[in-house]
Design a protein around this ligand. Structure first.
Ligand SMILES: [Zn+2]
Length: 398
């Protein structure tokens, strides 16, 4: 494994500046391409799984977080409030309160449930500067988040489906978790005091994990409920949580959420909080380390480089580049010898070489990043083959 901080800078993916502040990295164009591609991937996965996306603001009134319980249980991880014309607003430490309010803003029947609300949204954590580094610990977080509002009868199926989405996404991304953790409350006053709610939520999660190897750990729960944490490790073997599935009976009660049941009466929904790929910062840090910068073809900042052997093949190379609907670059002889250009493109999954013979016959040959090559073939055929191989899950490194 590689150090994502070093590689991230070398490959021009992200950087930081003391003037912007510790734990506030910025994304350079190639890193932004990776992040954007991941966002599209996860939105598409969610859309197919029945989620609808919303946007909500990163700020909220202090009262919002008092109601959710963050203010009394979580304020030491929050930025201090800002005074604004007689009221206080805070940078949110999570998206749940906003989503609970959005759910509450419209009447719901049991027929609307499960209602799956997703957002790739910003949240903020007042981490101490000593623990910050690269993309894995940051103060401004872009989270792949969602909340499923459902009936008590639906909660186990929804939590199980969420965990299945996590596993599917990890397979496509080449992520191998080190363990599944059932995170339970520990001693101390960090947790909402309601033993019955904790017992019910834990029972649901144990049922979801019935065919998975997991480790139960006390003291790692969210303040409002237990959770399944999918743990990854960095190159130094340090564990962190990437994906989570949580069952929450607390916030629906705090926000007085309800739906109308088949009996015509009001009922309380349950909230499943879940994140498939975690924060964009942490997942990209991990992917950089796992793949050593050689991202799977569908994620690579540049997917195809076209290398005309000499000036004469430049028009053919440009034509090839225009015919492929991928992130493609033409590297002509003005950038040096063919060998030098191949070396410069060592992280590009597909290196298309067009020499005089290929140009005359309408062919192209391909060198593969992982080694090996495709023999010269008609351009349309090569384009189709590359396009198929550059789809998510079509191979790449694994
Ligand atoms: Zn949440």
């Amino acid at each position: 494994m590689h150090d994502h901080r070093k590689l991230g800078r070398e490959l021009d993916l992200f950087d930081s500046d003391p003037l912007m502040g510790a734990g506030l990295p910025y994304w350079l164009p190639d890193g932004a391409v990776v992040r954007h591609t991941l966002e599209e991937f996860v939105r598409d996965l969610e859309r197919r799984a029945g989620y609808r996306h919303v946007y909500s603001p990163v700020l909220g009134k202090r009262e919002l977080f008092e109601l959710s319980g963050h203010w009394s249980h979580y304020s030491e991880d929050m930025f201090p409030p800002m005074d604004l014309g007689g009221e206080q607003v805070v940078l949110r430490p999570s998206l749940c309160p906003h989503h609970a309010v959005i759910f509450r803003s419209r009447p719901h029947s049991y027929r609307d449930l499960p209602l799956r609300m997703a957002e790739l949204g910003g949240m903020y954590r007042a981490e101490l500067s000593g623990v910050l580094g690269g993309l894995s610990r940051v103060r401004a977080i872009q989270l792949n988040d969602a909340h499923v509002f459902c009936t008590p009868d639906q909660v186990a199926d929804e939590a199980r489906a969420a965990l299945e989405l996590v596993r599917r996404a990890h397979r496509v991304l080449g992520i191998e978790p080190v363990r599944y953790r059932l995170s339970l409350p520990g001693a101390g006053g960090k947790y909402v005091a309601d033993p019955e709610l904790w017992r019910r939520a834990e029972a649901v999660l144990r049922e979801v994990l019935s065919d998975v190897d997991f480790e139960a750990v006390e003291g790692e729960a969210a303040f409002y409920g237990p959770k399944i944490d999918v743990q990854i490790a960095d190159r130094a073997g340090r564990e962190s949580t990437l994906s989570t599935v949580q069952v929450d009976f607390h916030q629906p009660r705090q926000f007085d959420l309800s739906y109308i049941g088949p009996d015509g009466a009001k009922h309380r929904p349950v909230m499943v909080h879940r994140s498939i790929i975690g924060s964009l910062e942490r997942v990209v840090a991990h992917l950089i380390e796992v793949h050593g910068g050689a991202f799977p073809a569908w994620l690579a900042p540049t997917q195809v480089v076209v290398l005309p052997v000499s000036e004469a093949e430049l028009p053919c190379a440009r034509e090839f580049a225009e015919s492929v609907d991928l992130r493609v670059e033409v590297a002509g002889p003005e950038r040096g010898s063919l060998g030098a250009r191949v070396r410069a493109a060592r992280l590009v999954p597909f290196q298309v070489v067009i020499g005089a013979r290929e140009a005359a016959a309408g062919l192209a040959s391909v060198r593969l990043r992982e080694g090996g090559k495709w023999e010269p073939a008609p351009v349309a055929e090569v384009v189709a083959r590359i396009s198929a191989a550059a789809r998510p899950g079509a191979g790449g490194r694994r």
